[in-house]
Write a protein of this length. Sequence first.
Length: 195
Amino acid sequence: MKFRTAATAALALTLALAGCSAGSDDEDSMPGVDHGSSEQAADANDADVMFASMMIVHHEQAIQMSDIVLAKDGVHPEVVELAEAIKTAQGPEIEQLQGWLDDWGVDPDEGQMDGMDHGDGMMTEDDLAALEVADGAEASRLFLEQMIVHHEGAVEMAQTQVDDGSNPDAVELAQTIVDAQTAEIQEMQDLLATL
């Protein structure tokens, strides 16, 4: 019994030393890297975090604008269809973006509004108020005009992510947004011309 215990202890000691040796080699080859906690964060760079944070706010406003127009009577049927499609597409994207921020250890509220202005396609409070009070045909026209600007801002933000992002999934989503919203801009411009 003593031999078996000693042999087990020797084996455990050998394995422990081998583990320490392997660990120190890893630490020497990658100084200052915490292989556990930083792995998720290393999956995303600043551009990825900025894209996810800003696009959540951007998408939330697009859904708000869609809700405003969907609550009205007399809105052009194709505008209603477009508003519903925007909600259907962007709701799940918000959840995906929030999930990534969680995975990356980022507070979704941090810096979301920093730098967000009309230049990013965001509507002002006055813009939203104008949409709120518009009715029927006027609401249809105003929604299209505002959403074209809004989409143009989203496409610009997404293209920046395609160019600068490092997370493959986030870059892929950004390219999807560029493609889908560019097509919707053309659709909205064509529809606007018929109103």
